[in-house]
Design a protein around this ligand. Structure first.
Ligand SMILES: Nc1nc2c(ncn2[C@@H]2O[C@H](COP(=O)(O)OP(=O)(O)O)[C@@H](O)[C@H]2O)c(=O)[nH]1
Ligand SMILES: [Mg+2]
Length: 193
């Protein structure tokens, strides 16, 4: 749920990146950080992204997003841990969520992990009485550069997902990252204005 910071008047939105382990959630946030700070022009993205340490708990990145309803807006990006070792962490992250980017690993050997993740996410949302239908979502098919990646068109059809909410990605090369972010932001803002 979007909230207004009374001290600054800014409006904040919360976006969760959800996906199985190694699907590329952290890489999405790193790539957005690098693009926003114009670092990617000088140094090769892949080299940096492969050397930044991975977070065991979750990642957080606040992004400025222009003016919404005449207020400065910020979108807070979080990754949801793919494990449930500390349930209270996952609960806190899910509470007040405004939008979800589902990061799906396109590699055939990891596809069952996505189904497992969907099941766990549904359970978590149910326990918090959040109806998934009310939360704007997009679907990012990452690792599309892998030798065993299932084609994007097959995946979309297989999961019966709306075309406009699906993005093919190679997050390590920053491909498909920004379009997914822009689409979820647009969907969230359309819902409130
Ligand atoms: N080849 C390739 N590697 C990727 C891609 N996206 C992420 N990776 C790598 O996959 C590993 C797991 O990514 P990470 O973002 O930590 O996954 P997370 O567990 O979902 O946060 C890291 O070594 C990344 O550099 C991709 O699209 N293609
Ligand atoms: Mg991670």
């Amino acid at each position: 749920m979007a909230f207004i910071n009374e001290a600054t008047g800014d409006i904040h939105f919360k976006v969760l990146y959800i996906g199985s382990q190694n699907s590329g959630k952290t890489t999405n946030l790193q790539s957005i950080y690098l693009q926003n700070n114009n670092i990617s022009d000088e140094i090769n993205d892949v080299t940096i992204l492969e050397h930044i340490p991975r977070n065991t708990f979750f990642d957080f990145l606040p992004v400025s997003y222009g003016t919404v309803a005449e207020r400065n807006s910020r979108i807070h990006l979080y990754t949801l841990p793919s494990h449930n070792l500390w349930p209270s962490v996952n609960i806190s992250l899910m509470l007040g969520v405004d939008g979800i980017v589902n990061v799906i690993d396109s590699r055939v050997r990891y596809l069952d992990k996505y189904e497992n993740q969907v099941f766990n996410t549904r359970k978590l949302m149910e326990s918090l009485q959040i109806d998934p239908k009310n939360i704007p979502s997009v679907y990012q098919f990452n690792h599309s550069d892998a030798y065993d990646a299932i084609p994007f068109s097959t995946l979309k059809k297989n999961y019966s997902l709306p075309d406009e909410d699906c993005f093919e990605a190679i997050a390590i090369q920053s491909k498909g990252v920004k379009p997914s972010f822009l689409k979820i932001s647009e969907k969230i803002i359309q819902k409130i204005v």
